[in-house]
Design a protein around this ligand. Sequence first.
Ligand code: PLP
Length: 397
Amino acid sequence: MTASVAVARRTERISYAVRDVVLVARQAQAAGVELLYLNIGDPNQFDFDTPPHIIDAICRALRDHKNGYAPSEGLPEALQAIRQDAEARGIAVRDVYVGNGGSECIEIALASLVNDGEAVLTPAPGYPLYSAVLAKLGAQEVPYLLDEDNGWQPDLNDIASKITHKTRAVVLINPNNPTGSICQRETLEGLLELAAKHRLVIFADEIYDKLVLDDDQQHISIASLRDDLPILTFNGLSKAYLGPGLRLGWCITSGPESMVRPLIEATHKFLRARLCASHPVQHAVAPALLGDASYLIEVRDKLRKRRDITVARLNAIDGISCVAPQGAFYAFPRLERYPQSDEQFVSELIRQTGVVCVHGQGFGQRPGTKHFRVVFLPPEETLNRAFDAIEGFLATR
Ligand code: PLP
């Protein structure tokens, strides 16, 4: 008998439902089921292409011998473009760095701030990267509720009730994944008050900031509202710039110099230790941020139509209710009477119909409620086929 290799206990807390669900889907496919993927927030899987000026900039860099290591914090022209764009939106920028995706920037920032045993408040439902990184750091993840009855706004009372002397930071995902909600100004102001009172660092994940779907809605960067608090704002090329596989993201640090300097220096140690982000791709940052953004008009138009179909179709199904998303490309419908768990719903739906969604628990949604996430990136015809299938499936339950 050979003993198996013992793995680190920290891996027990790590799961990533968006991709885990693919295992169930592959089994169904092997059994002959045709799959309709509504599980992953990747625009390039559907009829959204990376804009040509972004692709050209990367190709040019590759051909122009830009394949060596870049500075650890990022290319000066990329950092300058990020700074310029952020300042134009009212953020008092202290530091900028780029990473291999927003994911790496978030991980480096958390690792630079949080000791093991300390706590970070994260939205429930929210994006599972935060749980995975906090598990890796041995830090405590403390979920706070988004209020479904209030358009999925963060519940400030719940946040206040969960702050302890161990709490170091609060994560805000705005627009949110998986609900597509956009934070109202009052919510942001309330959160800033709490952060100021309890000396918390705000992690503002704004990767969907340009994907606001309605003309009467506006995305407000929380860092633009106050310059006297430490705030880290994350963004990247994956979503609004339609290049998730480019793996390029960034972090903007704002707040008083005296408050944020040690954090900036700690962060730069990690940045140096991992050498740099993809060099040729960094040449696309300035063209992306400062160049032609007209492609976004068509992107938003398509998403608005697909969102409207999604909300109308889901709300017409007996046993489902869905708060209309205002941004990003996700809806988070509620299962009102389904007898089993949302995870069982999703698995059974895949096996019976081939429609692949992700269960609400995979985003840390609170136990006792049942939800699933729908990605409304696919064309209307695909969405309608998926909703026909979900309707038929629930009618038989
Ligand atoms: N933050 C949120 C809220 C996301 O939804 C995602 C990806 O889906 C990321 C961060 C990761 O972004 P990146 O592709 O830049 O690593």
